[in-house]
Design a protein around this ligand. Structure first.
Ligand code: OSB
Ligand code: MG
Length: 369
């Protein structure tokens, strides 16, 4: 494949419901899409999962645009690429900026799968024809509202419920949820809202039979998490702390967690995500696919990744209608009885819905070799 053309779209979509975490509330979702074209006119799509503000990580929409335009595009435009695994080597001279790299690499994976008449899942080595889906629910001011939300999603068939917690919105909320839903697979995500000083409070979470607690401590920590894991029976899952296979190795060697949340953007792309998956699989460490409130393009990449065999736990890969009045892919992504059927069309398997996409496009930038 010779990369002949690259098209970037700055997007702005409004989420159906505001989504609140311990670090802030989202409703307007601004993000980037990137399309690559080869010499035969085949195309591939990628999505940047960086948010408008550096809350979740240091990357933002604007830093992604800067890194993609000024550094990554010059490294691939006009170049011949045999396999997407080569892209990480091409980007080797650029430190970090994983979400920016992943945007471009994801588009090249989609292109590669299409050129080779495979689904992206097949290109990655995934075997599942349907995947189990969980849902992540933001912080609600009123606990009764949260309970009604959970009830609705349980009835829809979601395979596990994740709720966000923060200091002052934790033990009592989880106690109420457990009382109402004694058997539902339930987990909590703190997005780094606690420190080891909260250890006595965090130990109380062991009473609720949670599948796991996600990223309780600092976003750059693995040492304190290891100390905490020693004191908890609930498995810790790391999200923010994991940016690479190396981070994974160190966290597992230290005993900082028992589960890994893999987000393609956070680890710099599908190639690294697959390496983390493989490393965890041989060590009996289950992984699952996290979400970043993506549009259908990013979500399609997540679905393909989740077909790998060690994605044992349901991911945050809810359907399009969870987030959007109208998604930008066709067909939209649907969850039926807690499963998404993996699409059989080549590449990411969902077509960009250009009519919808154009509606939410703020600006387009085109590069030709
Ligand atoms: O920590 O997993 C997270 C959303 C935004 C930023 C971080 C996170 C989340 C979610 C929602 O939990 C995932 C999704 O539904 O896409
Ligand atoms: Mg998380």
């Amino acid at each position: 494949m010779i990369i002949k053309e690259i098209n970037i779209r700055k997007m702005k979509m409004t989420m159906k419901h505001p989504f609140t975490t311990s670090f802030g509330t989202f409703q307007e979702k601004e993000f980037l899409l990137l399309e690559v074209k080869d010499e035969l006119g085949n195309t591939g799509w990628g999505e940047s999962v960086a948010f408008h503000s550096p809350w979740y990580s240091e990357e933002t929409l604007k830093t992604n645009l800067h890194i993609i335009q000024d550094f990554l595009i010059p490294l691939i435009l006009g170049k011949e690429i045999g396999h997407p695994d080569e892209v990480s080597a091409l980007f080797g001279s650029i430190r970090k900026n994983n979400m920016a790299k992943s945007t471009v690499e994801g588009a090249i994976w989609d292109l590669y799968a299409k050129c080779n008449k495979m689904t992206l899942a097949e290109a990655l080595g995934g075997k599942l024809d349907k995947i189990e889906v969980g849902i992540s629910i933001g912080i609600e001011e009123n606990v009764e509202d949260l309970i009604e939300l959970v009830r609705g999603f349980v009835e829809e068939g979601y395979k596990r419920i994740k709720v966000k917690i923060k200091p002052g919105y934790d033990v009592e909320v989880l106690r109420e949820l457990r009382k109402r839903f004694p058997d539902v697979p339930l987990m909590a995500d703190a997005n780094s809202a606690y420190t080891l000083k909260d250890i006595n409070l965090l130990k109380q979470l062991d009473d609720f039979n949670l599948t796991m607690i996600e990223q309780p401590l600092a976003s750059d920590d693995i040492i304190d998490h290891a100390n905490l894991q020693n004191e908890l029976t609930t498995p810790i899952c790391l999200d923010e702390s994991i940016h690479s296979l190396e981070d994974t190795r160190k966290a597992l060697e230290l005993g900082s967690c028992k589960v890994i949340n893999i987000k393609i953007g956070r680890v710099g792309g599908l190639t690294e995500a697959k390496k983390i998956h493989d490393y965890c699989m041989v060590r009996n460490i289950p992984v699952w696919c996290g979400g970043m409130l993506e549009s259908g393009i990013g979500r399609a990449h997540n679905i393909a990744l989740t077909t790998l065999p060690n994605f044992i736990l349901p991911g945050d890969t809810a359907g399009s209608s969870r987030y959007w009045e109208e998604d930008i892919v066709s067909p939209e992504i649907v969850v039926e009885e807690g499963f998404i059927t993996v699409p059989l069309n080549y590449g990411i398997g969902y077509e960009p819905n250009l009519k919808a996409m154009d509606k939410y496009t703020v600006e387009e930038i085109n590069y030709k070799a």
